[in-house]
Write a protein that binds this ligand. Structure first.
Ligand code: SF4
Ligand code: F3S
Ligand code: FES
Length: 237
């Protein structure tokens, strides 16, 4: 089949403002992904098209973009899931500065991620008997969902509260905080809850719910945010 792509282009070294590039591709299979089509545009029509990707299998989280107005991973969207009669529109994700074409500056996103202490802090000193720290299956289940995050930023860059203020840490950082706050072996939950209660923390979330359907890992993002809010209100995790 033939597919038309409309891609948001911007090269800060020569463009005054962003513009739309239109590309027609022939012999497209319905099982092709958007990433494969972007590769074809780059390799067959315009080598200057700039995008970020690595695994091509929904694992690395590096090819988040806005496809027909919705944040998705380009490697996970197949043509057969879209209306190919309509021109497919591809843009960079919103709320982060565009570096070039579909590549945005992730540094503010990772700065927020780092601010929530996204690492394990042992609650007690290393067991002297050389054995592991025990955790029941029920306690493990409390944070199972939020371990799945691949830091793609689809959630944060679909959140109107984040668009309104870059001060908001955003849903991805809260998901990272949740993963450790609810880990029974961790000893820094109180510190993370204090960070979450700051002006740029969870209370900036207005429960708009854009983040949950945007997540390619099907993490219940809004639910995780709600659990962190409750833990702050109750003072316990
Ligand atoms: Fe991506 Fe989901 Fe993690 Fe957000 S929570 S960064 S959408 S994987
Ligand atoms: Fe934003 Fe999701 Fe909250 S879209 S406002 S973080 S529920
Ligand atoms: Fe790795 Fe798409 S290229 S998730």
């Amino acid at each position: 089949m033939e597919v038309k792509l409309r891609i948001r282009r911007f090269n800060p070294e020569k463009d005054q403002k962003p513009w739309w590039g239109e590309y027609t591709l022939k012999d497209v299979e319905k099982t092709n992904s958007i990433l494969e089509l972007l590769h074809r545009v780059k390799w067959e029509q315009d080598g200057t098209l700039t995008l970020r990707r690595s695994c091509a299998h929904g694992v690395c989280g590096s090819d988040a973009m806005r496809i027909n107005g919705v944040n998705r991973l380009a490697c996970k969207v197949l043509i057969q899931t879209l209306n190919a009669d309509r021109t497919i529109q591809v843009e960079p994700i919103l709320g982060l500065k565009v570096v070039k074409d579909l590549v945005v500056d992730f540094e503010p996103f990772f700065e927020h991620y780092r601010s929530v202490m996204p690492y394990f802090v042992a609650a007690t000193s290393t067991p002297t008997d050389g054995r592991e720290r025990k955790q029941s299956p029920e306690d493990r289940a409390r944070f199972d969902d939020t371990t799945k995050c691949i830091l793609c930023a689809c959630c944060t860059t679909s959140c109107p509260s984040f668009w309104a203020s870059g001060e908001y840490v955003g849903p991805a950082a809260i998901v990272a905080a949740h993963r450790f706050i609810f880990d029974s072996r961790d000893g820094a939950a109180a510190d993370r809850l204090n960070i979450m209660a700051e002006p740029g923390g969870v209370w900036r979330c207005r429960t708009i719910f854009n983040c949950t359907p945007a997540c390619p890992r099907d993490i219940e993002v809004t639910r995780a945010i709600g659990e962190v809010k409750l833990a702050i209100q109750r003072g316990v995790r």
